[in-house]
Structures are given as structure tokens and as C-alpha cells.
Design a binder for this molecule. Structure first.
Ligand SMILES: Nc1ncnc2c1ncn2[C@@H]1O[C@H](COP(=O)(O)OP(=O)(O)OP(=O)(O)O)[C@@H](O)[C@H]1O
Ligand SMILES: [Mg+2]
Length: 466
């Protein structure tokens, strides 16, 4: 199989550092770089012994293992042992697949202890303990440079432009902030340690466009970390602007009957179900004027929602998209939980799960100095308001929600990316996803030029005596 290296992969190949961290975005080609480098070393350093590890053996086999057996040229393997998890090149080089901590770090350290290696690779080192890396450092006892030199001599090849192969450990990681990899590779200025920073976009030519489009829709802090590989992104809080008393959190008032209203529901099976009631004023301000937050049966929650909705009409009732899967069987046909809401008297629409709704909520909360506050009637206002007491669960969630370390692995579900309850935030996100374009076209209406200029023109004309 012919492989064209990306620029970042070539940069890694040129490295002669003992310890190299391939750090960066998802899908940026890091694992492939290591697999290709392992294959290259097996080929060019006959007799080398290589360890290729990852925390969890099953994952190692499915990711790097599968890539390796796909990429190694046909006929170059002499033996492949899938019971003891190693393989041997026709020239005698060997590669060992090794778990690095599951089921236990002790068993990984025990396995490493007896080895003599020329090179080691750690896939997803962010999952691993620093002790594994330190144990491997002590195992690099093969004279890789001499083996490589002998190989080139026997092939009559000239001295390599980038120097001979050297013993070393390559690691790759998705940036998880300031972890042990950060301490070793970024903070400590040791010339043996080198970092090549990968971005998803470096590998764009080899990725499906939809994958990149999806990733680019992530909230900015997540995008910065997991697409561009920025270790300093992600300060913790999902929402930079907390809801402020008096600014965002306001005294409840009677919503004028002509304002459009929405309901948005995040469905919980074991967790609470949250329904939000939201109205919009003609200036494009959004008011969360009620919030139901309770666990329990759909029928029971629906009854409470209907009770609180008495006498009101809604543009739409947006329901958690995950509830539309057909899950139960009745009289020979399948029904979903959404059907149960309908049966209980709540007509619902499937909400849009777009994660960038989080970013939009954040934007609605920012205080715009050029905007008049609808209640205080002074300049400086957000566009999203919460009725005091009635929306308190939502306010609490917004204040507490934090990004989780390791959020990269779960792009689709907010709960997997965050720490803290997010039921009400999810419901709000469904609402914002459904109404965002409407809001954008309304919130800054075109100035009425006739109204602005004609009276002045009249004044001017009357002054001139016309
Ligand atoms: N040089 C290349 N030529 C062709 N395809 C490539 C190349 N490098 C990577 N790819 C493709 O890009 C995909 C992602 O690469 P890889 O798995 O190495 O990324 P990664 O950085 O390890 O991602 P993750 O952070 O998700 O583990 C691979 O499955 C492969 O299909
Ligand atoms: Mg990988």
C-alpha cells in the first residue's frame, strides 16, 4: 500500500530525539505516524525489538493493531502470533503488542520489566500513567544505531541524510491540559524531549469532509483543544458569563399574550426530565419563564407540563431527539418514548442535537454594552433572561457546568463532555437550535430610514420656508 506522508508526519520522521510526543487534534494522523515508523524500523533495523502499547489491549488491537497489519507490505511478516500478541519480520525484527494498565498497572509494569527493547510506542499516552513511560525508558537497551548502520552497510547504502535510527519512545496524545505529558514535554526544557504538534486540518486530505465539518461545529474551547490541539484551551467552565442577579435573573412578569412561546424538553430516564418555557419579545430577547425539573414517568411529567401550560399556545414543543428511537413493542408494532408524550396529550417535535447550540447560549448570555436592558432600561444587556426562582435549576446548571478532561472521545453527547447536571442546559440548547436564525434576523432590525431622515428633512424644508 502506497502512503503519502502529511507534512506533520514527515516532520516526525525527521526527528532524532529520544522521546517524541505527537500531540494534537483528533484524526490528525498521529497513530498512523507511529505505525508507519514502527514498520520502517522493523524493515531498516533487522533484529530490533519494538513494544507497541496502549492502556487497553482491545482498543490497541482495534486501532493501531489493525492499522499495522493493513499497512505492513505483503510478505514482510514471517510469523504473526495473535495469542501472545506479537509478530516477527522476515528479517527477525519483532513487535510486541502490550496493554499499559488495563486490568492493572502492576501487570503492565511486570510485563515491561523483563524486556530489552530498541523502541517503544505509546498510543493515547494521555490515558496512561507516567510510571509506564519511566519503566519503558529503562528498557531501551538495544543498540539501534549500530544495527541500522550494519543494515545500511550490508545494502551498500550511503550514510542517511537524517542520520541513523536511534532508540526511543514515541507517544501520541490528545491534549488533556496540563497533565504529566505537559510537565515532561512542554514545561521541562530537556533536549531529549521533543513535541510535534498535530492539527486535524494537517490530515484534512485523508479525512471525510463531514467529519471535519462536524468537528468545526464544536464550541470554541473544545475546537481549539481537540481540532487544533491547543493544551491551554478549556479553562473549565462551559459558560464564561455566569447569570447575574438583576441582569440575567429578573423578577417574573406577565408575558404579553402576543409574544411567541416555546417549550423544550430534555427527557430523563433515571435522571430528571426538564421542560423549559421560553418566550421572545419583539426585540429578540429570550425569557425562560418556567422550568419543570423532576424525575418520573412520562405520563406524570406530561400531566404537570400540561397543567403549567394552561391557556397558552406554543410555536413548537421541542423534545430530546434521543427519545424518538423505537424502543418498546406494542400490539405488534414498535413505539418510541416520543409517542408516549403524544399519547399523554403533548404534541412534540424532534429537537436538533447540534452541539454548537452551547456556543449560542453563551453568546446570548454575554452582556452587550450597546444594547438596552429591557427591564433596567439602561445600556448593557444580555439577550437571555431567567425568571427568578422559577428557572433556578437552569441557572444552577449554567453556573456549575464544566468541561470534562477527555471530552474528545465523545463529540455527540453533552453529558459525556461535561461534569455536572446538564438536563436544563440541554433543553435550552434544543430551543436555541430551533430559533437561532429567527433571532439573528430579528435582533438587529434594519433601521427605518424614512422615520429617521424624513422628519429631519421636513424640519430643514420648513426652516428654509418651503
Ligand atoms: N499518510 C496518510 N495517508 C492516508 N491516510 C492517512 C494518513 N495518515 C492518516 N490517514 C488517515 O487518517 C485517519 C486518522 O489517522 P490516525 O488514526 O492516525 O489519527 P489520530 O491522530 O491517531 O486520531 P485520534 O486522535 O482520533 O486517535 C486514519 O484512519 C487514516 O485513514
Ligand atoms: Mg490515534
Amino acid at each position: 500500500m502506497h502512503v503519502e506522508l502529511t507534512d506533520k508526519q514527515s516532520e516526525a520522521f525527521r526527528s532524532r530525539s529520544r522521546y517524541l510526543l505527537l500531540d494534537g487534534g483528533m484524526g490528525s494522523g498521529k497513530t498512523w505516524t507511529m505505525v508507519l515508523d514502527a514498520i520502517r524500523h522493523m524493515e531498516e533495523v533487522p533484529g530490533i525489538r519494538i513494544l507497541f502499547g496502549r492502556l487497553d489491549y482491545q482498543r490497541l488491537k482495534r486501532s493501531a493493531g489493525a492499522d499495522f497489519y493493513q499497512l505492513i507490505p505483503r510478505g514482510r511478516l514471517h510469523r504473526r502470533n495473535d495469542v501472545d500478541n506479537w509478530c516477527e519480520h522476515v528479517n527477525g525484527s519483532q513487535l510486541f503488542w502490550q496493554h499499559l494498565g488495563t486490568p492493572s498497572i502492576e501487570s503492565a509494569l511486570g510485563a515491561i520489566k523483563g524486556m530489552t527493547l530498541g523502541r517503544a510506542y505509546i498510543d493515547q499516552a494521555d490515558e496512561c500513567d507516567a510510571r509506564i513511560f519511566d519503566a519503558l525508558r529503562l528498557r531501551l537497551r538495544q543498540d539501534v544505531t549500530a544495527l541500522h548502520k550494519a543494515y545500511l552497510d550490508s545494502h551498500g547504502e550511503p550514510e542517511p541524510v537524517f542520520g541513523y535510527h536511534v532508540p526511543g519512545i514515541w507517544l501520541n496524545a490528545n491534549p488533556e491540559g496540563h497533565d504529566w505529558l505537559y510537565e515532561r514535554f512542554f514545561k521541562q526544557k530537556d533536549p531529549q524531549y521533543q513535541v510535534v504538534r498535530f492539527s486535524m486540518l494537517d490530515n484534512a486530505a485523508n479525512l471525510p469532509q463531514e467529519y471535519i465539518d462536524d468537528a468545526m461545529k464544536l464550541p470554541p474551547a473544545l475546537r481549539s483543544r481537540y481540532v487544533f490541539g491547543n493544551r491551554d484551551a478549556l479553562t473549565g467552565k462551559v459558560f464564561e458569563q455566569p447569570p447575574l442577579e438583576g441582569f440575567h435573573v429578573i423578577e417574573p412578569f406577565e408575558i404579553p399574550p402576543e409574544w411567541p412561546r416555546w417549550r423544550a424538553i430534555d427527557h430523563g430516564r433515571r435522571d430528571p426530565t426538564c421542560c423549559l418555557w421560553i418566550a421572545q419579545d419583539p426585540e429578540g430577547n429570550h425569557y425562560v419563564y418556567d422550568c419543570l425539573y423532576q424525575a418520573g414517568l412520562i405520563a406524570h411529567n406530561a400531566e404537570e407540563i400540561l397543567k403549567r401550560s394552561y391557556g397558552e399556545t406554543y410555536e413548537d414543543t421541542l423534545l430530546d431527539p434521543s427519545v424518538f428511537h423505537l424502543t418498546s413493542e406494542r400490539a405488534g408494532s414498535y413505539i418510541s418514548d416520543a409517542d408516549l408524550y403524544e399519547e399523554a396529550g403533548l404534541p412534540v417535535s424532534r429537537a436538533d442535537n447540534d452541539m454548537s447550540g452551547i456556543e449560542r447560549i453563551g453568546q446570548l448570555m454575554l452582556i452587550d454594552p450597546g444594547r438596552k436592558h429591557p427591564i433596567l432600561n439602561k445600556f448593557g444587556s444580555p439577550r437571555l433572561f431567567f425568571f427568578r426562582v422559577l428557572a433556578h435549576e437552569l441557572i444552577e446548571e449554567i453556573e456549575r457546568l464544566k468541561w470534562k478532561e477527555g471530552a474528545a472521545k465523545q463529540l455527540k453527547r453533552l453529558s459525556a463532555m461535561t461534569r455536572g447536571a446538564d438536563h436544563a442546559v440541554d433543553a435550552l440548547r434544543y430551543y436555541v437550535n430551533a430559533t437561532w436564525d429567527w433571532r439573528r434576523s430579528e435582533h438587529e432590525p434594519e433601521p427605518d430610514y424614512d422615520e429617521l431622515f424624513l422628519p429631519r428633512a421636513h424640519d430643514a424644508l420648513s426652516y428654509l420656508g418651503a
